[in-house]
Design a binder for this molecule. Structure first.
Ligand code: ADP
Ligand code: MG
Length: 316
């Protein structure tokens, strides 16, 4: 079995460089050049086997996803990703597992021009943790506390697909490959976040479910929100796999979407529609006075989700 140093060597060999990396993998710490006219944005997220992904997930999918969830946080801040570090806790020193993991991880890193500049490698239960570093122009970051009464509420992409895949996996029946792709290979909305910086008033990425995450925006901004459940963007795959009650619950509270939810002034509707770049932008409600998120159906009656938000302690 390869030693810890052999594993780190294998990582260093495959990690791509960037001009602003003064010192990457191999010393006690990395040295990075931050431009004088940018602020540094830092996010960290961990994925634990059996909690955040099934034990038998493909290593490449785990690699992709752990970077994706971190880049999604940077996207929700309107930041451009630059660097990342990686902490690996592995039950055994398994170079085949590591190469598979790096296939997924480095494919997504390359897509967004992110350099892996360091990390830590230890033995323990399977767990992967990434810190992602991005850059933003001062004053252009997208925070949770900027929503204003009268703003529209928008979401990117479609909602509920990943949770639909998880529900199918738990039920043990047929699994739709399009839904599965959304669970295993979420696409962080980096370009959308960059396009929305300076346009949106507030933003968050949808990881725990739209209603739970929008509630964080409302608390931070001291406002309420009204969501029209019939306006939530729905993929053909989710519509085909679940009845209306089920898919609406998944769209509202399923989680693991890694779409952006943001608020913006009504006057910016055309500008927001024009940010497109292949990612749908859907208006789903508005910011109102108050402090709660309410959901209404097509008749304007209150709609109640039959399912709570994603529970971390629910067994996989
Ligand atoms: P130290 O004992 O000084 O912390 P390590 O032996 O942990 O050093 O790490 C040596 C070098 O390898 C460091 O530059 C570290 O950032 C890098 N490194 C270790 N593990 C990883 C990893 N999983 N991914 C990327 N770089 C790593
Ligand atoms: Mg160390």
């Amino acid at each position: 079995m390869p030693t810890e140093f052999a594993l780190i060597d294998a990582i260093a060999r495959r990690a791509a460089a960037r001009d602003d990396v003064v010192l990457g993998i191999g010393d006690d710490a990395a040295i990075l050049s931050v431009p004088a006219d940018r602020q540094l944005v830092v996010a960290m997220d961990t994925l634990n086997a059996g909690v955040h992904f099934p034990e038998d997930s493909l290593p490449a999918d785990i690699g992709w996803k752990v970077l994706a969830v971190n880049l999604s946080d940077l996207a929700a801040m309107g930041a451009r990703p630059a660097w990342c570090t990686l902490s690996l806790s592995l039950p055994a020193s398994d170079s085949r597992w590591l190469e598979g993991f790096l296939d997924g991880f480095l494919a997504l890193a390359a897509r967004h021009g992110v350099a892996l500049v360091g990390g830590d490698t230890t033995r323990g239960p399977l767990s992967v943790c990434v810190t992602a570093h991005g850059l933003v122009e001062p004053g252009r970051s997208l925070r949770r506390d900027g929503a204003r009464i009268g703003d529209d509420v928008w979401v990117t992409g479609t909602l509920g697909d990943a949770a639909g895949a998880l529900a199918q996996w738990r039920a043990g029946g047929d699994r739709d490959p399009a839904l599965r792709e959304r669970l295993d290979r979420p696409e962080p909305r980096v370009e959308s976040g960059l396009a929305l910086a300076g346009l949106a008033h507030a933003a968050i990425d949808v990881s725990d479910g739209l209603l739970a995450d929008l509630d964080h925006v409302c608390s931070a901004s001291r406002v309420g929100a009204e969501i029209a459940v019939g306006m939530l963007p729905l993929s053909p795959a989710l519509a085909a796999a679940f009845d209306q009650g089920q898919h609406r619950a998944l769209q509202c509270s399923g989680g693991d979407d890694y779409e952006l939810c943001f608020t913006a002034a009504r006057e910016r509707r055309d500008d927001i529609a024009a940010t497109g770049a292949g990612v749908a932008m859907t208006r789903v409600g508005r910011i109102v006075a108050g402090e709660a998120v309410s959901v209404v159906d097509e008749e304007g009656n209150p709609w109640r989700s039959p399912r709570r938000g994603f529970d971390h302690f629910e067994p996989m």
